[in-house]
Design a binder for this molecule. Structure first.
Ligand SMILES: [Fe+2]
Length: 482
C-alpha cells in the first residue's frame, strides 16, 4: 500500500486501510473503491490523504502502531474530556505499543483537520509511548505518559475556538490566552483521584523549554519532568507535520531537522534522539523525489535513516539507497505528505506566510564572517538582511539608519559582547525589538543574562538552515504549535 495525498486521490483508487471518522458517522472500509463523492468528502474534511492499494506498492507494509478502534476510542474520550475512558484507552495503547516488536511509527494519515485537537492528542500519545519505550521507561511510567499525553491539551476546551483556529498571526493578547491552556488542563485534572501528581506535572509543563523560554513556569533542564519533555517534543513534532488553519504540514524529514536544531535549547537531547529512532524521516508508502529527477515510493527503512529502500515509479525497480552503487551520489530532495511533491516545501510555505507588503528587516550581528554568511544564506530569501560585524556598529545603525524588525545577535564578540550590546540598545529606548541570541553554548548563565535583556530565543551555533529559518519565522509571525 502507499500513501496518496488528498489532492492526488482520484475515483477508482482502492483503499488499503479503513477510514473511520468520529462516532463512526462516516466509514470507508478497507477495499472500498473511491468515488468522486468520497474523494470530495476526504478533501473537504481536511484529511491529509489515504493509503491505497496498487501494483507499485504491493510489498509496502505499514505497521499499525495501535488498532484503529483504540485510536478512535482515544479521540472520543479526549473529545468528551472523559478521564476514566482516557485511562482505559491509555492502558490499551501502552499494551499494544509495549508488546509490539515493531520499532517505528509508520502511520501518517490518522488526523483530521476539523477536530484537530482530539486527533492531535492521540497522535501525541502514540508518539510519546513509542519514544518512552525507546528510552527504556517502565510499564508504569509509560501508562502515566500515555494518560498525560492524551490529557495535555484538555484545557483548550476553555479557549475560544476563534482564537485556536484563527488563520494568520495571533495578537499578543490572543497568544497569552492560548498559553493558559496547560494550566487549564492541570486544573481540570486537579481533583481527580485517578490522576497522579506525576501526570498532572507532565500536563502542566508540556510547553516548557530546556532553556527556560517556555511556559507557564519558565523551568529549565532538570527542573522539567521527563514525561513533560517527551510530550513537549512529540507535541511539536505532530504540530509540525499536521495541517492547521494557519499552516501547511511539514514533510517529516523537515520536522526531524527542526527538532535536531532545537536540541538542548527547546528540547531534551535524549528525547530528540529517541524521536529520530522511532519515527521515520521517510515513512513507508510515501512519495519521494530524487536529486536526479526520478520519482519513487518508500518501501522500507534501511540502517541509514535518510537513505531508505525505495521503488522507482517509472521503471518499477527497487533501490536500497543505503548501499546501491549506482545511487551513491543521489539524495532525496523532497517528499510528499500533504500535497503533490513541492521542490522547496519550506520555502513555499514561508512565501505564503510572509505576505506583508514590506519585507521585514533582520539585523544579523556576528564577528565571524562565515557565521554571518551562513545566517544570511538561511533567511536572506525571506527577509531584508543587514549584516553587521560588531555590537557597536549595530547600535549606531539602529540609532542613525533604520530600526530592524528583529536582531539576531552573536554572544561572544570582541569589543562589546552580544548581551551588553542588546542592553545598550534597550537603554537607548528600543525596548520592543525582538532579539534572538546565536550562541556557541547555551549555559544557564547566558540564558539568564539573555532573559534579563528580553531575548525571545536562543539558537545554538552552528544552526541548521531549516531550524534558523523557522525560529526567525516563529519570532516574527507567531508559534507553530499553538
Ligand atoms: Fe499544548
Amino acid at each position: 500500500m502507499r500513501f496518496v495525498p488528498a489532492q492526488s486521490l482520484v475515483p477508482g483508487m482502492i483503499l488499503a486501510r479503513s477510514i473511520i471518522s468520529r462516532k463512526q458517522a462516516f466509514m470507508l472500509a478497507k477495499g472500498t473503491q473511491l468515488t468522486a463523492k468520497y474523494v470530495n468528502y476526504l478533501q473537504g474534511k481536511g484529511y491529509l490523504g489515504a493509503y491505497i492499494e496498487d501494483d507499485l506498492s504491493k510489498d509496502v507494509v505499514i505497521h499499525e502502531t495501535i488498532e484503529t478502534e483504540t485510536f478512535e476510542a482515544g479521540v472520543e474520550a479526549v473529545a468528551e474530556g472523559n478521564v476514566d475512558d482516557i485511562i482505559d484507552v491509555s492502558q490499551s495503547m501502552v499494551n499494544q505499543i509495549a508488546s509490539s516488536s515493531a520499532i517505528s511509527v509508520d502511520m501518517v494519515d490518522l488526523r483530521s483537520y476539523d477536530d484537530y485537537t482530539f486527533h492531535h492528542s492521540v497522535n501525541v500519545g502514540i508518539y510519546a509511548v513509542a519514544v518512552g519505550k525507546e528510552m527504556g521507561l517502565s510499564y508504569a511510567e509509560l501508562e502515566e505518559l500515555a494518560v498525560a499525553a492524551l490529557c495535555h491539551d484538555l484545557g483548550k476546551s476553555k479557549i475560544p475556538a476563534e482564537i485556536l483556529n484563527k488563520p494568520g498571526k495571533l495578537t499578543d493578547e490572543e497568544y497569552a490566552t492560548i498559553k493558559n491552556h496547560s494550566k487549564f488542563s492541570y486544573d481540570i485534572l486537579y481533583d481527580n483521584d485517578a490522576i497522579s501528581a506525576t501526570v498532572r506535572q507532565a500536563v502542566l509543563m508540556h510547553h516548557e523549554n530546556e532553556n527556560g523560554t517556555g511556559y507557564p513556569l519558565g523551568r529549565t533542564g532538570d527542573e522539567i519532568p521527563k514525561l513533560a519533555k517527551i510530550i513537549h517534543a512529540c507535541d511539536v513534532y505532530d504540530a509540525l507535520t499536521s495541517k492547521r488553519s494557519y499552516k501547511d504540514p511539514y514533510p517529516h524529514e523537515k520536522a526531524h531537522d527542526y527538532l535536531e536544531g532545537g536540541k538542548d535549547t527547546l528540547f531534551d537531547h535524549s528525547v530528540v534522539d529517541a524521536i529520530h529512532a522511532v519515527i521515520p524521516a521517510y515513512p513507508p508508502g510515501i512519495d519521494v523525489k530524487l536529486s536526479n529527477g526520478e520519482e519513487a515510493i518508500v518501501i522500507d527503512q534501511s540502517d541509514q535513516p535518510r537513505r531508505p529502500i525505495i521503488r522507482l515509479k517509472h521503471r518499477n525497480v527497487k533501490v536500497d539507497l543505503s548501499n546501491d552503487h549506482a545511487y551513491r551520489e543521489i539524495t532525496i530532495v523532497a517528499s510528499g505528505i500533504a500535497t503533490i511533491i513541492k521542490d522547496e516545501p519550506v520555502e513555499v510555505l514561508n512565501e505564503k506566510r510572509n505576505t506583508e507588503d514590506r519585507r521585514k528587516l533582520v539585523m544579523i550581528v556576528d564577528d565571524s564572517p562565515i557565521s554571518l554568511m551562513q545566517t544570511k544564506a538561511a533567511i536572506g530569501q525571506d527577509y531584508e538582511v543587514v549584516a553587521i560585524a560588531n555590537g557597536i556598529e549595530a547600535i549606531s545603525f539602529i540609532k542613525e539608519k533604520s530600526v530592524p524588525d528583529l536582531i539576531i545577535m552573536d554572544v561572544e564578540m570582541p569589543v562589546l559582547n552580544g548581551i551588553s550590546a542588546v542592553r545598550s540598545i534597550r537603554d537607548s529606548g528600543f525596548t520592543k525589538i525582538p532579539v534572538i541570541f546565536l550562541t556557541a553554548s547555551c549555559d544557564r548563565e547566558t540564558v539568564m543574562k539573555g532573559k534579563a535583556v528580553g531575548a525571545s530565543d536562543y539558537i545554538i551555533k552552528p544552526a541548521s538552515p531549516t531550524y534558523l529559518r523557522e525560529r526567525v519565522m516563529i519570532t516574527l509571525e507567531g508559534e507553530i504549535d499553538r
